[in-house]
Design a protein around this ligand. Structure first.
Ligand code: CTP
Ligand code: ZN
Length: 165
């Protein structure tokens, strides 16, 4: 009896809700542990928009060991924002919440071609020359991230992308 009781108590503690549920907005879940703040940057959230933002960093996850989770109240992300998130969080799940319920669940997916989001690392690249040329990259590998410049063939890794955020 005592053993059963301790198991129940342990179960409840193990499932303790660290970040509360939201009414309306977007939950970005399963971000690799430690990268949630990069996602905040990608979304251009400053904290001065007047919206409630909740961040869980390195919270326990059954699937990934640890994960980051971001809850943005009162904002629904569009497709291009979702794709941008894939640059730093390739396994993220985007949950759209309405009236406390998950009404849509999207798994992020990097597009094959990325335009205008990141700059080429090669200063001599035509996309850095001040000409009206939009930087364009092909996704050579999603994980570990590897992007190849359309113009000069330079390769960018995740660290190169993170430096630009
Ligand atoms: N969530 C929230 N507010 C709500 C509903 C859900 O903040 N009103 C959050 C949950 O805390 C969870 C995420 O949205 O982090 C997804 O919710 P749900 O689909 O109910 O959870 P899981 O089934 O665990 O999701 P998955 O299968 O994607 O792991
Ligand atoms: Zn280039």
């Amino acid at each position: 009896m005592l053993l059963l009781f301790s198991c129940v108590v342990f179960g409840l503690v193990g499932r303790v809700l660290r970040v509360s549920k939201i009414h309306d907005g977007t939950v970005i879940d399963h971000i690799c542990g430690g990268y949630g703040l990069e996602v905040v940057k990608i979304l251009g959230i400053t904290g001065r928009e007047g919206r409630v933002l909740t961040i869980g960093v390195n919270v326990p996850s059954r699937r990934f060991g640890v994960k980051d989770v971001l809850k943005v109240e009162g904002r629904v992300l569009n497709a291009s924002e979702v794709n941008r998130i894939a640059l730093v969080a390739p396994h993220a799940t985007i949950n759209i919440i309405r009236d406390f319920r998950v009404v849509e669940k999207l798994v992020v997916k990097l597009p094959r071609v990325i335009e205008g989001l990141v700059r080429c690392v090669n200063p001599a690249c035509v996309s850095n020359s001040g000409e009206p040329v939009v930087a364009r990259f092909y996704v050579e590998c999603e994980e570990p991230l590897l992007l190849k410049c359309h113009y000069c063939g330079s390769l960018l890794e995740r660290a190169d992308v993170l430096r630009q955020l």
